[in-house]
Design a protein around this ligand. Structure first.
Ligand code: PGA
Length: 260
C-alpha cells in the first residue's frame, strides 16, 4: 500500500478523512458501508482523487479488513518518533505498518496544541514514518493570533524548515497539509484566495527544501465542506483536502471526494 502511495504522490489529488477521536466499531462499520460502494465504483478507477481515512489506533485493524483491496488507503493520526522500548502509550511506525497503514498524520495542530509537540518532534515523527514505508502527512498552519500579527508565513516556514532533512529524503513521497488553526472545526474556512496564497508559499518553501518536494501533494484542511470543496480544490496549488468533521458523514465525504 505505502509503496503504491509513494509512486502516485506527485501532486496526486488526495482527500483524506481525519476521524479524530470519534467512532466505534459499529459506527465505523456503518460509515464505511455507506461510503464504499461509491468509492469502489468502477474499481475506484473512475475517481480522480485518491482517498484515505485516518482512524484512532484501535480501529486500524478494522480499517485493514474493511479497506484491503478497495483502493482506499488507511492511516493513523500520530506515530512515535521512537522505534521500540520503554515509551508507555506510544505506537511505533513499525507497528502501524503491520496493520497495512499507508498514511500517518504528523504534527496535527491538535497534537501540537494539546500534546505540546514541537517542530523538532514533528520532524522526527515524519522521519520515523518514512523509514517504515508510511507516507507522512505533515500538518502545518498558523493560529489566529499569528495570522493577525502577520506571522502566518514565518510560522509555516519554520514548521517546514524543521522538516527539511526529512523532506529532502522523501522527495515527492510525502504529503503536506496546510491547516490554519483558526479554521479547524470552527466552520470558518480560509477563503480560496487566502488558501491559494499560502499553498503557493508552501510550494516555494518545499522547492527550497528539495526540488523533488515541490511535486508533493499539498492539501488544504480546515472546515472543508461539500459546499466549499470545489472552489478550494480548483485553486492551482491545492491538491485536495484533509477533512475532519465532514469525514464522519458519508454523503458529505463522498461529495468532497467528487469535488476533487
Ligand atoms: P475540520 O478538521 O474539517 O473539522 O475543520 C480538519 C482537521 O483538523 O484535519
Amino acid at each position: 500500500m505505502s509503496e503504491d502511495i509513494a509512486k502516485t504522490s506527485q501532486r496526486t489529488p488526495w482527500v483524506i478523512g481525519n476521524w479524530k477521536m470519534n467512532g466505534g466499531l459499529a459506527a465505523n462499520q456503518s460509515l464505511l458501508a455507506a461510503m464504499l460502494p461509491a468509492l469502489n465504483a468502477g474499481g475506484g478507477r473512475t475517481r480522480r482523487a485518491r482517498v484515505g481515512v485516518c482512524a484512532p489506533f484501535p480501529y486500524l485493524a478494522q480499517l485493514q479488513s474493511a479497506l484491503e483491496d478497495t483502493g482506499v488507503a488507511w492511516g493513523a493520526q500520530d506515530v512515535s518518533d521512537k522505534t521500540s522500548g520503554a515509551f508507555t502509550g506510544q505506537v511505533s511506525a513499525g507497528m502501524l505498518a503491520e496493520f497495512g497503514v499507508g498514511l500517518a498524520l504528523i504534527g496535527h495542530s491538535e497534537r501540537r496544541q494539546y500534546n505540546g509537540e514541537s517542530n523538532v518532534l514533528v520532524a522526527a515523527k515524519a522521519a520515523a514514518a518514512l523509514a517504515a514505508g508510511i507516507t507522512p502527512v505533515i500538518c502545518v498552519g498558523e493560529t489566529l493570533a499569528e495570522r493577525e500579527a502577520g506571522q502566518h508565513q514565518s510560522t509555516v516556514a519554520a514548521q517546514l524548515a524543521a522538516c527539511a532533512p526529512v523532506l529532502r529524503q522523501a522527495g515527492s513521497a510525502v504529503i503536506v497539509a496546510y491547516e490554519p488553526v483558526w479554521a479547524i472545526g470552527t466552520g470558518k474556512t480560509a477563503s480560496p484566495a487566502e488558501a491559494q496564497a499560502m499553498h503557493a508559499f508552501i510550494r516555494d518553501q518545499l522547492r527550497l527544501a528539495a526540488t523533488a518536494c515541490a511535486d508533493c501533494s499539498v492539501l488544504y484542511g480546515g472546515s472543508v465542506k461539500a459546499s466549499n470543496a470545489r472552489e478550494l480544490f480548483a485553486q492551482p496549488d491545492i491538491d485536495g483536502g484533509l477533512i475532519g468533521g465532514a469525514s464522519l458523514i458519508a454523503a458529505d465525504f463522498l461529495a468532497i471526494v467528487a469535488a476533487a
